[in-house]
Design a protein around this ligand. Sequence first.
Ligand SMILES: Cc1ncc(COP(=O)(O)O)c(C=O)c1O
Length: 466
Amino acid sequence: MQRTRYRPRRSRPAQRLPGGTAYPGGVLAAPLTSAEIEGIRARFPILRREVNGHPLVYLDSAATAQKPDSVIDAESDFLRTSNAAVNRGAHSLAGEATEAYEDARGAIARFLGVDDDEIVFTSHATEALNLVAYSLGTASIGASSPGRGAGSHPGAAPFALREGDEIVVTELEHHANLIPWQELAARTGATLRYIPALDHGGLDPEAAARIIGERTRVLAVTHVSNVTGGVTPLDRLVPLARAVGALVVLDACQSAPHLPLRPRELDVDIAVFSGHKLYGPTGIGVLYGRAELLDALPPFLYGGSMITTVTMERAEYLPAPHRFEPGTPRLSQAVGLAAAIRFVEEVGMERIAATEHVLAARLLDGLARVPGVRILGADNPAPRVALASIVVDGVHAHDAGQVLDDRGIAARVGHHCAQPLHRRFGVSASLRLSAGIHTTEDELDRAIDAVAGIRPFFGLGEGAGA
Ligand SMILES: Cc1ncc(COP(=O)(O)O)c(C=O)c1O
């Protein structure tokens, strides 16, 4: 049976730098000055504290970012003055709360350059990715039987998967952008394939061209690796998926805080990120979806606030985004996330990206000079954000992290929810240093100095600054 291929209605020409990272105007702005970074630091209360007798150096922003006072205040002001259940109440507070919630949606839509009704609030990126995979699974019910459509959601038929179809991911993915696709493949009979990582942790567009083909229905890919910080060459990958009518799902968790993010310019159908990595609260994530896609896809969770009519037998659903937001939504979190968006917009995403560019070079150069330290993906020529995962020869990542913690430096240890990529690098764990908007070059130097002290601390050879 001939199948309808998905062709998105809107496809705007992108203006891109190498790597597919869209920078408005195609140019990087000037990096932040030291005085500007000091001004930014003053807005993060947590940076005033000490850890283990040292001023805190927070280099775990890739796991979760610290919060500026404007975010903390926005959330607590909402709770103090405007808290009420949205959409339902006739009273003034309910109206104010609804307005604040929808204003937050609008702020995020403008940040991404998309329409308000293309923004769905979720709990985090993990839920957003599960939402998409689950909804595609529902769209696929019955699709393998001849003559049957997309279960009880006929509008979703073009997105149904069945045996013989392929879902393509990459070896770089965080588990959140891998396991939901494994499960979708298991539920639909589709096959999960992946674009292998190269030795340097990048992706080979030619390998991608061999894997993405007529059978591909979904390409799910990370924008920035949470292990190497490398930017995915979307400008090479997305056209391959477009050519075969596959959906493109972008995990923008590690790009949204660091680079301008324009899903339409990148020509992706779905883009997700977590509020807490973008200086916003925990408990809130964002799913951008093309309007025609969101309106066609079946809901993920079912209940109140997402329906037009309910009888004892059936229900009819509201259009997106409300069909995907059943129950009482995350209100103060949405308001806090909007404050975080205003905060990064005040600084300017182009300037943040330019500053990270400088920090990334300093971090990599400094770590590369430390004997006995291997940087995962060091040779990847792709642009990168200021994040590096390292393996210290002869020292377990957890022990290495402990040495840094003793000096007040917060870093991440483990597999960072990316076991396949660690396996590809031949290691089980690494120590990750990841910068934020408040990170100074001095802090990076302190961290590099501390890394140089790790092997000598365990009696393993020389290291500068030990
Ligand atoms: C690349 C990437 N994707 C997805 C996630 C999942 O984010 P969350 O735990 O906020 O849902 C993370 C978090 O570390 C990540 O780095």
